[in-house]
Design a protein around this ligand. Sequence first.
Ligand SMILES: Nc1nc2c(ncn2[C@@H]2O[C@H](COP(=O)(O)OP(=O)(O)OP(=O)(O)O)[C@@H](O)[C@H]2O)c(=O)[nH]1
Ligand SMILES: [Zn+2]
Length: 301
Amino acid sequence: MPEGLIVKALSGYYYVKPADPALDEIIQCRGRGIFKKKGISPLVGDRVIYSPTENGEGMVDEILPRITELIRPPIANARLAVLLFSLKEPDLNLQLLDKFLVHIEHEGLQALICLTKEDLLDAENEDIASITEQAARLYEQIGYEVFITSSLTGKGTEAVKSRLAGEISVLSGQSGVGKSTLLNAMFPGLSLETSEISTKLGRGRHTTRHVELIELENGGYVADTPGFSQLDFLELGIEELSTCFREFRELSEGCKFRGCTHLHEPGCKVREAVDDGAIAAGRYEHYVQFYEEMKDKKRRY
Ligand SMILES: Nc1nc2c(ncn2[C@@H]2O[C@H](COP(=O)(O)OP(=O)(O)OP(=O)(O)O)[C@@H](O)[C@H]2O)c(=O)[nH]1
Ligand SMILES: [Zn+2]
């Protein structure tokens, strides 16, 4: 039976791209009734076994094991989360970046940080230039890949492009940080609509949503949906939060108390590292803020 990739799901149909490169037509498929009975739903990004039916359509018979599974957006097998944060317009927001990173760590994806609109930094913006450098160095030290990009000058775009090859990626970032513009700069054939145009039409690009994978010319796929649209912490246990701060993980094993929250317990290695400067104060501050936010939510629900 042939294998394929679900690239779109809409109105009960799954659109499957055959794995065989000789078959370049997308096949419109239904899912087997058994999936529904078992409470399984095929997802965009699923590798599946399908069988062609007489009417030129097909049937998804089997879903191959997933390596990751996101709920919002509903996508299987994405391995890379590309986080876009503009250096200006809007200003770099490291608290939001850390929030995204918590979610990505929780989902088990790899994060790739793109600091966009580098061309907007000029001689008058020395402060921002040094904040940018510091941020890039900080996140690299923690173990993330960081790219500084400009879709206007092309800086960094080739490097990001080659990282997307062969991967299923989700792009995340606030509205206006340049997601569509970056995709267009990397893959001119795509001609994605950017914000200016959609505001003219008086509606956001992402108002009617179905999830779809955009095939890239280098064998990668990007989800055409804002990734991680829901950034509340409802799915995350409060005790899991500190494990989503990568640089806390190993250190926390040395904390005096098991289940140390790193807030006020004596003998806390994480807080010691903050005092020594081994953990950035800003990251720790965000940890405390998110912790409080989660505690608050628990009280309300
Ligand atoms: N100067 C400069 N402007 C950019 C760059 N990238 C994007 N922009 C501008 O930023 C605005 C928003 O860009 P989009 O690509 O539409 O942003 P988006 O993240 O896709 O936004 P949403 O579709 O709302 O999620 C547009 O006016 C772009 O021209 C860049 O590298 N440099
Ligand atoms: Zn601790």
